[in-house]
Design a binder for this molecule. Sequence first.
Ligand code: ANZ
Length: 847
Amino acid sequence: ERHYDFAAIQDKWLPVWDELKPFRSGDPADKRPRKYVLDMFPYPSGDLHMGHAEAYALGDVIARYWRQQGFNVLHPIGWDSFGLPAENAAIKRGIDPREWTYDNIEQQRTSMRRYAASFDWDRVLHTSDPEYYKWNQWLFLKMYEKGLAYRKDSWVNWDPVDQTVLANEQVLPDGTSERSGALVVKKKLTQWYLKITDYADRLLDDLNQLEGSWPSKVLSMQRNWIGRSIGADVDFEVEGRAEKVTVFTTRPDTLHGATFMVVAPDSELAAELVSGAAPDVRTSFQEYLEFVQKSSEIDRMTADRPKTGVFLNRYAINPVNGERLPIWAADYVLADYGHGAVMAVPAHDQRDLDFALAFDLPIRVVVDTNAPVTGAIPVITAEQLESGELPDDIEPLDPKTTGVALAGEGRMINSGSLDGLSKRTAIQRIIERLESEGTGRAAKTYRIRDWLISRQRYWGTPIPIIHGQDGSLIPVPEDQLPVVLPPTEGLDLQPKGQSPLGAAEDWVNVANPLDGTPARRDPDTMDTFVDSSWYFLRFLDPNDDTKAFDPAEAEKWAPVDQYVGGVTHAILHLLYARFITKVLFDLGYVSFTEPFSALLNQGMVLMDGSAMSKSKGNLVRLSEQLDEHGVDAIRLTMAFAGPPEDDIDWADVSPAASAKFLARAWRIAQDVTSSPDIDWKTGDLSLRRTTHRFLAEIPGLVEAFKFNVVVAKIMELVNVTRKAIDSGPGAADAAVRESAEAIAMALNLFAPYTAEDMWSQLGYPPPVALAQWRKPSPNLLVDDSITAVVQVDGKVRDRLEVSPKISGDELEALARASASVIRSVGDREIVNVIVRAPRIVNIATRS
Ligand code: ANZ
């Protein structure tokens, strides 16, 4: 019976746990304090893979840990089950996306149960269930009511392979689709948007609250994505046009250096400015516009791309000096940033300079970057520095000859009343002046765009809007939700640029809820990131069919205490969930403004240094690993491989060694011969100390996510215990039992099957997962102890195990507190105490 048979152990305990349901968290009478530990829910794209195994192993360490610390832990799981892969697979195989989706969910569910992640299986949700997506529709309508969901005609990112629009967040830095890999192009469409830009300041400012509890990399990615720029809007008159043109600038101080204006060629402004122009101007503009529309936004923003553009034969007037500025259209100006127009200051902006040099436009320096300013480094040459001859007044380098714009700090020149000022003061002054003259104002601009949520695909949440014959938009009345997806029969799901739902005649044609006239449902479905933006609240009661979630339950459990998932979601999902949480706060449904109080990003599982994939032929199958080494060995390997944030190279780790260690730990419990009611105090002191130091150290290490260190500590304790059994006080000693119990409890975090089997062998009923972590005894925590002798009137009355560093006062206090010293002193008076720390205490008495 000494053979560690992981398969038999798994088969023994899985049904017991199924029966006991130890991870249920919904009992209203449960008085334990609460923790919400959430793993990012999976997309059902096939069976679980090594990445899932890592994430769920690490998240489970945290959930199991808090239970041992006396918390009622909500640790739910569900499926993010709408989306394109299901639809594409369905098209390929000629089946319903539901079939593919729910088959995969079933397979993943089975694997997850065997993997023994401590989920509350009574709280499962699938976003593709009408019972779930009904509440996406409800949320959408709430946002529509508040003006936060709106329709807009605009240039959108179009994925020519998947034939659907993409959110900006779904376009990778190289201009390709994160979904299909196709080069994304621009297309003009009327689409639904959610107004995330209204929340830009809060999304940015509230990141400060997360400092220290979210990875700093994620915080900075979010900050960059939101991209707040602070500056001014400046209004320019345009000859022959009634309205002014406004530009956004971060450098209003350089306004005197503006020598031309540039508008985005694909903006309405450009189209309007050129409309009255001579035919040759219109023709060259048209040709240019066609050229521009073929390039991606990424290309357009590349700094070293050769500058192209056309003169529109129009002029703007600089509000500070009345100068005439020629207006050009050029693609380095983007239509949907700021106002789609810039005041060009070639001396101080590199893109403007490149353009001015390419088209021979004037350049005027207005900031002397050689003039020292407090806090700025003057530009001086190496020779000047060496000779010590630093002229007071160095001529600014001429951008026209060097080709380099003077972007640095300096003093204003050629700028009228601003001359001599620093950049900061000049910005203040010019804004004051523009404001007083009514030609400009302080302004902020953001990089983030509103969230485009319309998708022209089938497998998603139908947008709950009805289009009247007159073009009116009518929200589906709340009591008619959910708008359920029609069956796929008779529908062609093949991507063709329009939603397949438009062809579901029985479904799409409805009576106008207001007057009964013929009307049509909106045929588009929502971006699936809507589904995952609030799912953490649905877990509070996924079966509630009267509301999305109960604010009272949210008050109890949310926000999520610990969120665990991949860094791939650093922007998209986390930003959307933060946004929707703030919307729900504003609507009065939740009392917090951030959904995830702490975030842990686990690394990736690699093979031979690169990501695993079928095409590379380096795929390691989780199911095979589990069959070969057992669940516990795989989970332990994930935790032991290194810090959780680091990638794990499967070629560098050894699940076989993990299994061997687990067998060694398991045999400790087999060897213990004492019974559970043995008196700990009789145990071997040295082993007891090791165990208690272990009990004291583990919690801090787990809370600092040093799981690999925790595993190493368990290994150490197993070794020490083995020695105690074989060549020390022996298997019957109380300290051996105490240590074996600590090992089982600690292993519960990483290797729940082995831990449960040890626990049972040690004489306790399951589940070990609910056994409470033992408090270490402070007097067993002395580092390296020494025996101090306590004498009363020359007779040895006690021996104390103390730290060699103990102070005289502490040692005296311990001696006076000793039961046998108190007994032998009796009611006599202590007249003298001599302390020689750490070895001797001498007490003299008088009767
Ligand atoms: C004049 C100027 C002078 C500028 C100077 C910069 C330096 P960030 O920091 O990224 O917000 N800009 C404004 N709208 C634009 C658009 N739609 N497309 C491309 N560029 C645009 O950049 C703000 C600066 O980018 C603005 O300040 C403007 O150029 C340009 F020495 O105005 B600046």
